[in-house]
Write a protein that binds this ligand. Structure first.
Ligand SMILES: NC(=O)c1ccc[n+]([C@@H]2O[C@H](COP(=O)([O-])OP(=O)(O)OC[C@H]3O[C@@H](n4cnc5c(N)ncnc54)[C@H](O)[C@@H]3O)[C@@H](O)[C@H]2O)c1
Length: 399
């Protein structure tokens, strides 16, 4: 990879990156350790974890991964459907289970709340946990609005703690490879990018289709984290969102009216004229299978004057990166091994960070920026206007 002068680097991608390099005061505060004042001391022991929400993602992904994490010990589980909490406690050998967050907080001591509840419950529950002095790892989104999320972030810092939000895409070796290709100017002057993610929609819970749910916070969020992580924070957003399937039959509530978008196109303007597009939805038939694990076509493409990059597979289950440049016009595939990366590793990575002080690539500001994008996309749909965005995050994520 050729060395890149600072001037080239800024020209290749954009000036918000320049802001990160030149004028850190323009950026939101960007602690990579758990406290912004830099006095965070790693706890030097296993992190005691309480998981709230014992549904699909907790049972299928989080608890199995955290259960194997050498830096974590799951001490409590909680669900407003108490039978789910009890069952999960038995299944994962967790000593305590509770039917309500208040009981959980009054019960066995723990350090980190892992929030796997309905999207609409995240902000409220995260705040209760922060006020009780807990660290928080939240499934996406961290809150319903950017303002609410930012308040949670500030509150956590004030309490001497921290909140982070899913997803953890920036940890994959494919993300790192793509970021380094871009940083090195391999694509020349970057112009455009496209990303997409969809399936036929979850069939188990109504909250995905209720107000403040939708395919953006459930699926498009992954692409938004990847594209902003690679191309830098977005300055403005334009979107069209609609509902393709107005009624659904879901396991927990039967037939429901779909209120949140299930079909979304989001156009982002990054610095220096780079434009990107995210497409997501709950009406996407995928010949590679509903789960998406079989997807072996590109789902993210980035194009510049001298080259292009394609991420094969989804960013949460990446299978490799294709590159072609003016110097090597045949597509070549790199990084077909994801190493230890799995999308559900976020909470485990936070436990390692809290235990050992290992620095994070994931930042709360990145999750908050994506939250502002999603809110902006809804505003754009409602008003027909292009919406300016205010937030930013430390970028480049990978140097
Ligand atoms: N299912 C997946 O494959 C998947 C993957 C990645 C991320 N996610 C995200 O994880 C979150 C949960 O999704 P899911 O599919 O597991 O949903 P789910 O409906 O299967 O599980 C949610 C659980 O939270 C519980 N709950 C709701 N409100 C609660 C409260 N106030 N207190 C305690 N428990 C409460 C529900 O009873 C339910 O058991 C969502 O943000 C979703 O976007 C899901």
């Amino acid at each position: 990879m050729k060395n890149l002068s600072r001037r080239n680097f800024l020209g290749n991608i954009g000036t918000i990156g320049a802001a990160a390099v030149i004028a850190p005061t323009l950026m939101a505060s960007t602690p990579t350790l758990s406290q912004s004042d830099g006095v965070f001391k790693p706890l030097g022991r296993k992190i005691k974890v309480g998981i709230i929400g014992c549904g699909s993602v907790m049972n299928g992904n989080y608890a199995p991964h955290l259960g194997k994490c050498p830096f974590a010990e799951i001490v409590s589980v909680c669900d407003i459907k108490p039978d789910r909490a009890e069952k999960a406690a038995k299944k994962f050998n967790v000593p305590n289970w509770y039917p309500h967050i208040d009981k959980m907080l009054a019960g066995a001591e723990f350090d980190l709340l892992v929030n796997c509840t309905d999207m609409q419950e995240h902000g409220r529950l995260n705040k209760i946990a922060i006020l009780a002095g807990k660290y928080v790892w939240s499934e996406k989104p961290m809150a319903t609005t950017y303002k609410e999320g930012r308040e949670l972030f500030d509150l956590a810092i004030k309490m001497g703690n921290h909140i982070w939000g899913a997803p953890a895409m920036v940890n994959s070796p494919q993300f790192a490879f793509m970021a380094r290709q871009l940083n090195a100017g391999k694509l020349g002057r970057v112009a455009a990018a496209h990303a997409h993610y969809g399936h036929q929609g979850p069939g188990w819970s109504a909250f995905f289709y209720e107000e403040d749910g939708g395919s953006m916070p459930d699926l498009g969020v992954y692409n938004m984290v990847s594209l902003t992580g690679l191309l830098g924070p977005a300055k403005s957003v334009v979107a069209m969102l609609n509902v393709i399937t107005p009624t659904r039959n879901v396991e927990d509530k039967g037939f429901i009216q779909v209120k949140a978008e299930d079909n979304a196109h989001i156009l982002l303007e990054h610095q220096n004229g780079v434009l990107s597009h995210v497409q997501c939805g709950f009406n996407y038939f995928n010949p590679a299978g509903h789960s998406g694990l079989g997807e072996n076509r590109p789902t993210i493409s980035i194009i510049g004057s001298d080259g292009c990059l394609n991420l094969i597979g989804y960013d949460w289950h990446p299978l490799g990166v294709e590159v072609a440049t003016t110097e090597h016009e045949e597509l070549e595939t790199f990084i077909t091994d994801s190493g230890t990366f799995v999308w559900q590793e976020g909470a485990s990575v936070i436990c390692e960070h809290l235990s050992t002080g290992k620095e994070l690539l994931i930042t709360s500001e990145h999750a908050l920026h994506v939250l502002e994008i999603m809110e902006g996309a809804r505003k754009s749909q409602a008003t027909g206007q292009r919406i300016s965005l205010q937030s930013a995050f430390k970028w480049p994520v990978v140097v």
